[in-house]
Write a protein that binds this ligand. Structure first.
Ligand code: CA
Length: 602
């Protein structure tokens, strides 16, 4: 690096550190990521400014930089698990780079791309036949065939702790009907959920997994992962995971002409944002999937850093951040009170002041941009909410809430004082700043809502146990179907501990029956989906079970120092998801690797 470039870089870093400082007083991220099927924690923290970091990722072994892709943004502790069944904790790439599903899913085109399956077909309303690809080899040279697929389903049927065990309530039988054909017969086909399974669950080698105990299957470290994918385990250390391309050919090269460009993919354990940013700026980190505030400045600055969109909102939307209200507790149990709260929040202030426009406000029903066609715009125009302090006050007054003691806050319908809290984990500085804005708006409308920042585990415990007033959450990720979104929102039955959604304990069996009806709509039946989703949106905008606010970004900033041809919104760019997060390699990020090109050296 020339002296001029170094100075320029340090100047940028200084600006960046000011931004970080302004954003809050977070500490280095030490929390664990949230456990959730096929999700990744998409919200991270800013870090306390330390000395600018100028060291590149120290190599372990002699890797040729031009052949190596460095990623970061998923792993919060040393890699310790290579088991694709441990969806919340495996080293990123375990599913996607090593283990592969029957299909991969493209959220932009709503297409299921045949992967280990060559094709799949509903031969009747309740029979689905998968034809498997021939010539696929496990990385220990065994053939992949129908036995492996059957064995993968056997594990789920046999062991209750396997995440997809519940599907056997509606999947009646499955059998190999040929060496490369498996026939599934459903008692009660849940088409949307089946579509989700097809791309999110990896196929496992029968010759290894069929003899494993339940504990090994669902919790084992699986230290020698044998998959069908383009990469194999090479090594790992406290700070990194090293995947190397398999020595024999990956099946997709012959089938599709796909060939991942990097010889190695090295995922770096998340450090402070300073370290991450320093590495990106120096070209020591190629793809950062961390939230880096202030990145907009860098994209415009000519430092070889790109994002999916060249300008606001820069990032794709990965999930919806919403306020979860404790709907079992007065006054939050009153839909009118929740509606007033929704109208009191200035989301544009969060978007601009907290995020610097790298996120965008969500629509009132919270459906992600990829699902925009399902938003009932007439209904939203009629019943949606937006920031309007006067309206918030009017809703409260109309519902009988009044300030009777002159402290500018309304009292409860029984006359008691209202003192509510809104919580997010300490250190998640973007969310910490966001709830300050929320509190400000609520207070101005007469709702006494104060911020509080418990540590992550206390926050998670409170959320699961229902021991809170309000909080921010973003658990429902981008997927193949809005069904996953509504399944999180309306989950029944309400239990003492909720872990699969509906943390607000909104109890409406009619709504959840609609969610089940949605699950039964056939894949590709857009009109069928719209009909059910319209009913769900009507319930949502009447009862306000949650309050959607903004789209959390698919945080992705990439350097062109070593690799080029990254995904982007331009017509001449590929539109794959630039994410190394768990559950995203199989939503086209694997294809991003195949499209990367070495940046020509000067
Ligand atoms: Ca009062």
């Amino acid at each position: 690096m020339s002296i001029t470039k170094r100075w320029r870089w340090l100047a940028v870093l200084a600006v960046f550190l000011l931004v970080v400082t302004a954003c809050g007083d977070g500490e280095d991220e030490t929390t664990t990521t949230e456990a959730g099927a096929t999700t990744t924690e998409a919200t991270t923290t800013t870090a306390a400014p330390e000395e600018p970091t100028t060291t590149a990722a120290a190599p372990v072994g002699e890797y040729v930089r031009a052949e190596t892709l460095y990623t970061s943004g998923t792993q919060w502790g040393p890699p310790s698990n290579w088991n694709p069944m441990v969806t919340w904790g495996y080293a990123t790439g375990t599913l996607g780079l090593v283990y592969e599903p029957l299909f991969i899913y493209d959220p932009f085109t709503d297409e299921y791309i045949p992967w280990l399956a060559e094709s799949g077909e509903w031969t009747s309303d309740n029979v689905y036949v998968v034809t498997l690809r021939q010539g696929v080899k496990w990385s220990d040279d065994e053939d992949f065939n129908a036995e492996d697929v059957v064995a993968t389903f056997d594990l789920g049927e046999k062991y209750e702790s396997v995440q997809y065990h519940p599907m056997f309530e509606w999947l009646e039988s499955y059998e190999a009907t040929g060496d490369y054909e498996v026939t599934f017969t459903f008692s009660d086909p849940l088409y949307q959920e089946w579509g989700n399974f097809l791309y999110s669950r990896p196929m496992l080698p029968e010759h290894i997994w069929s003899s494993l105990s339940e504990e090994e299957v669902t919790n084992g470290a699986n230290e020698n992962p044998i998959g069908t994918g383009p990469y194999v385990y090479e090594t790992h250390d406290q700070d990194r995971m090293v995947w190397v391309k398999r020595s024999d050919a990956w099946w997709a090269t012959a089938a599709y002409g796909y060939d991942p460009a990097p010889t190695r993919v090295i995922d770096i354990v998340n450090g402070s944002n300073n370290v991450a940013l320093g590495l990106v700026l120096q070209g020591g980190l190629d793809l950062s999937n961390n939230f880096l505030p202030g990145v907009a400045t860098l994209v415009a600055g000519g430092y070889g850093i790109q994002t999916y969109y060249p300008d606001a909102p820069y990032m794709l939307a990965a999930n919806t951040a919403w306020i979860v209200t404790n709907n079992t507790k007065a006054p939050l149990s009153d839909p009118e009170f929740r509606k007033a709260l929704a109208n009191s929040i200035d989301v544009s202030k969060i978007v601009q002041n907290v995020y610097g426009n790298i996120v965008s406000a969500s629509n009132p029903v919270g459906l992600l941009p990829i699902w925009e066609q399902y938003v009932d715009q007439d209904l939203v125009a009629e019943k949606g909410f937006s920031y309007d302090e006067a309206k918030a006050k009017q809703i409260l007054a109309d519902a009988g809430y009044a300030d009777t003691n002159g402290d500018d806050f309304v009292e409860g319908l029984d006359g008691s004082e209202i003192a509510l809290k809104i919580i997010v984990p300490f250190g998640w500085t973007d969310w910490m700043e966001s709830i300050r804005v929320i509190s400000e708006g609520a207070m101005a409308a007469g709702i006494n809502l104060e911020v509080e920042f418990p540590d992550y585990s206390a926050y998670a415990d409170a959320k699961n146990a229902g021991d809170y007033d309000t909080l921010i959450a973003n658990d429902a990720q981008m997927s193949n179907t809005p069904w996953t979104y509504y399944d999180w929102m309306f989950q029944e039955p309400i239990m003492e501990t909720m872990t699969n959604g509906n943390f607000g304990r909104y109890d409406n069996q009619v709504a959840f029956d609609l969610v089940t009806e949605l699950d039964k709509v056939k894949l590709g039946d857009v009109e069928g989906l719209k009909a059910v989703i319209g009913d769900l949106q009507d319930i949502q905008l009447t009862d306000y079970p949650i309050i959607p606010l903004w789209y959390n970004g698919l945080w992705a900033q990439y350097s062109t120092a070593v690799w080029s041809n990254w995904p982007g919104s331009g017509d001449d760019q590929n539109h794959y998801l630039p994410a190394s997060w768990r559950g995203y390699w199989n939503m086209t990020a694997i294809l991003m690797l195949c499209d990367l090109q070495p940046t020509p050296t000067e």
